[in-house]
Design a protein around this ligand. Sequence first.
Ligand SMILES: [Zn+2]
Length: 123
Amino acid sequence: MNETPSPLEAFDTLRSDLVSQHSDAKGRLQTLYGTLGNEDVQTYEQKRAVVTRIQRVMQEISHKAKCTRCGLPAILNASLLQFRMYDGGVFHFDHNENGTLVSHDPSITLPELIPIPDPEIYD
Ligand SMILES: [Zn+2]
C-alpha cells in the first residue's frame, strides 16, 4: 500500500509536519529556558541577549509569550530605562491593550515563559 497521496493530502501532511515541528521547537525552547538561572541574566546585556534569542525562536514558530499579568500574547522584552528599578535592567512583557502599547510585569529575575500561538497569525 504505497499510494501516492493526492496534492491536497500532501498539503495537509506538510501542514501537520510543520505543526509538530513547531510543537517540538516550543518544547525545546521551554527546556532551554529552564536551564537559565538568574545568574545568567544579571546584567542588561545578558537579559538583552536572552530575550533576543527567545524572540527569534518565537517568531519562527509564530508564537508569543503569555503576559504573566493579564494573559495576553506579548513579546518578552528587556530594557534598561523603561523601568528605573535596577541597574541591570528588567524583563517585561510588551503588548497592545486597547490600541496602546503597554509593558507589564517588570522583573529583575527570569519571568515565567509560556509560549502561546500568535493570534495575529492564527486568527
Ligand atoms: Zn499584560
